[in-house]
Design a protein around this ligand. Structure first.
Ligand SMILES: Nc1ncnc2c1ncn2[C@@H]1O[C@H](COP(=O)(O)OP(=O)(O)OP(=O)(O)O)[C@@H](O)[C@H]1O
Length: 600
């Protein structure tokens, strides 16, 4: 329960005074309802349905005394008027309280959503390397919905509890003995039903597991739908899906059965209790009929609240696992938090390098407990306004080196230097502001080409947009699209090829006029003609920016000023393209000959 308590405290901090006003509203509503119930007895008595001696019932005796001062025929209208005012007042308060409750709750959920999303965005790159992305989707959608449900149920539970306490106080006022008997029965019932609550928690934990598998599964399946279709894997996926759905169905059915059992248990217990209660009142305690009537009315209102409390408690504990997931995610984000807030990050000025970047005796491991280094003993200088290519076999450490050079991850040993000064603190932010990065599988939003480009440079003119497209050899194909720059890409619009995608993302990277351009296999999907065009572009750009390229296709880096060859995390060769291609025993010339053979 400490997880829920944690969120209730956050809710209280979020809602401020409204949290207490809401609680006060609940108490007043409970109080008004209590008095309303009190008035039923004298009303019934005045109408002549009962002829009870009410003098001994507290509050009513006081009311009767007050009524004595009035003419008898006004008694009923006065009581009816008070009753109406009370009920209308209570209904009005109830209305406002419900609206306030929902407002607080929705505001809190919005706050939680934004807070979680912001924490995720503020986590560093290492965090994303270690975590599964689908877990974030799962927490941000289904788990957050369950947390919202849990918070709303907790507020409902608080309402029920407050109402119940107020009603119990009224009941005590009328008869201490009878109320004590009913409360004792309620207590026994609560102890017995602890088993139900434990089962509800177990089922709730299972719901989290299943919904996580469901979420991760369907995301993976639709991401890999081409593999599924082309390798005829539909049947095995369908079987998996059917199994999971049936487990989810069984889990929910079990939960409903548990809740129905609890309800049945409570109803049976209440029937037995009423029988025992009436017997005790008349035969043992000799309670007056008026008092008994009131107590019966109060408890007939109160008992369903006990059932409500039990059922809310079961549902709340079934959401604890969702609260846990959310807390764990936020703790992880906190652990991997970037040094600077997002506001500070977006206001940092880019760096103006004068000499270049340097790696000095750099070592890096993804897991510090794991002995193998992804990079070791790395010494390299990347001069400004030149093109450096990083090549090597798959898994050699190329992407890791780039991540370190961009300041996304920190080396375990050694250092990165910018113009001879260590890359640390806000220098990392400034460096990142100067970098444009293009990945192998570039990301475009489901919006127009124009919007995708202007995302990085909101003030870009039409001319600048076309210039960037020309640089990336995509002006021609964009011009031929029916809506040109306003063509919507992706699911809502036109689908473009992998190569066209890469070129648009390249245009976006160039549009920012970065001082460092990093291309990570960014031209792998291009045909020879477009690759040649991009080569010419890079050749022109390298006079104004520092270009770092990872390329498996070595023809792309023919004009590189420096080639760095990595193998098993170490630099094994370094030099100009022509120089390395002449070193016949070197890995680079080997890679070149493999590619020449593959082409032939
Ligand atoms: N997130 C990660 N967690 C643990 N190990 C990783 C992670 N990413 C990469 N590695 C390991 O680090 C080493 C270097 O990987 P890296 O991705 O830098 O190689 P690469 O040369 O870019 O490979 P490729 O050309 O296939 O992209 C590999 O042994 C890889 O298994």
């Amino acid at each position: 329960m400490k997880q829920i308590w944690f969120y209730i405290k956050r809710l209280q901090a979020f809602a401020g005074k409204w949290f207490y006003i809401n609680l006060l509203g609940m108490i007043v509503i409970g109080f008004l309802e209590g008095i309303g119930i009190y008035l039923i007895i004298p009303m019934l008595s005045l109408i002549g349905i009962f002829n009870l001696n009410m003098g001994s019932v507290p509050l009513i005796s006081w009311m009767l005394e007050a009524l004595n001062g009035l003419p008898t025929k006004l008694n009923l209208p006065v009581i009816l008027a008070i009753y109406t005012v009370l009920l209308v007042g209570q209904a009005l308060l109830q209305r406002n309280q419900t609206i306030m409750n929902v407002k607080i709750q929705q505001g809190f959920i919005r706050y939680l959503r934004t807070d979680t999303y912001q924490s995720l965005l503020q986590a560093n790159w290492m965090f994303f390397l270690k975590k599964r992305k689908t877990d974030f989707n799962h927490v941000l959608t289904s788990e957050l919905a369950r947390v919202s449900q849990g918070t709303s149920l907790t507020l409902k539970l608080a309402t029920s509890l407050i109402f119940t306490v107020v009603q119990i106080i009224f009941a005590f006022w009328i008869s201490v003995e009878l109320t004590a008997v009913v409360l004792l029965s309620g207590l026994i019932l609560a102890v017995v039903s602890r088993k139900f609550i434990r089962n509800a928690k177990r089922l709730g934990d299972r719901t989290t597991e299943l919904s996580q598998s469901y979420f991760i599964g369907i995301t993976d399946h639709f991401n890999g739908i081409k593999d599924i279709k082309s390798n005829r894997l539909e049947q095995s996926h369908l079987t998996w899906f059917r199994n999971l759905c049936s487990q989810m169905e069984q889990n929910l059915n079990r939960f409903t059965r548990l809740q129905s059992n609890t309800q049945f248990f409570y109803r049976t217990a209440s029937a037995l209790l009423v029988v025992m209660f009436v017997y005790l009142s008349f035969e043992v305690l000799h309670v007056q009929a008026g008092q008994l009537m009131l107590i019966v009315i109060i408890f007939s209102r109160l008992w369903p609240r006990f059932t409500d409390i039990q059922s809310s408690a079961e549902q709340i504990v079934s959401t604890i696992s969702a609260f846990k997931s959310l807390i764990e995610l936020q703790q992880d984000c906190e652990e991997f938090k970037e040094q600077y807030s997002l506001d500070i990050q977006s206001n940092v000025q880019p760096i103006h390098m004068k000499q270049g970047l340097e790696c000095r005796n750099l070592y890096f491991r993804y897991d510090s407990k794991h002995s193998s280094y992804a990079l070791q003993h790395i010494n390299v200088h990347i001069p400004i306004n030149s093109m450096t290519a990083i090549v090597g076999k798959s898994g050699a450490g190329k992407s890791t080196l780039i991540d370190i050079l961009m300041g996304l991850v920190q080396p375990e040993q050694g250092e990165v230097l910018v113009d001879g000064a260590k890359l640390e603190g806000d220098k990392i932010l400034s460096l990142r502001q100067s970098v444009s990065y293009v990945a192998q599988d570039p990301f475009l939003f489901n919006s127009s080409i124009r919007e995708n480009l202007m995302l990085v440079e909101p003030g870009a003119s039409e001319e600048q947009l076309w210039e960037a497209l020309k640089f990336s050899a995509s002006d021609e194909f964009v011009r031929n699209l029916p809506m040109g720059l306003d063509t919507i890409l992706g699911d809502r619009g036109i689908r473009i090829s992998g190569g066209e995608r890469q070129r648009i993302v390249l245009a976006r990277a160039i549009l920012r006029k970065p001082s460092i351009l990093v291309l990570d296999e960014a031209t792998s999907a291009l045909d020879t003609e477009n690759e040649m065009k991009i080569q010419l572009t890079l050749d022109r750009l390298k006079h104004n920016m520092t270009i770092i390229v990872i390329a498996h296709r070595l023809s792309t880096i023919r004009n590189a000023d420096q080639v760095v060859v990595l193998e098993k995390g170490e630099i094994i060769q370094k030099g100009g393209y022509q120089q390395l291609s002449r070193e016949s025993k070197g890995t680079f010339s080997q890679l070149l000959s493999y590619q020449a053979e593959a082409k032939a």
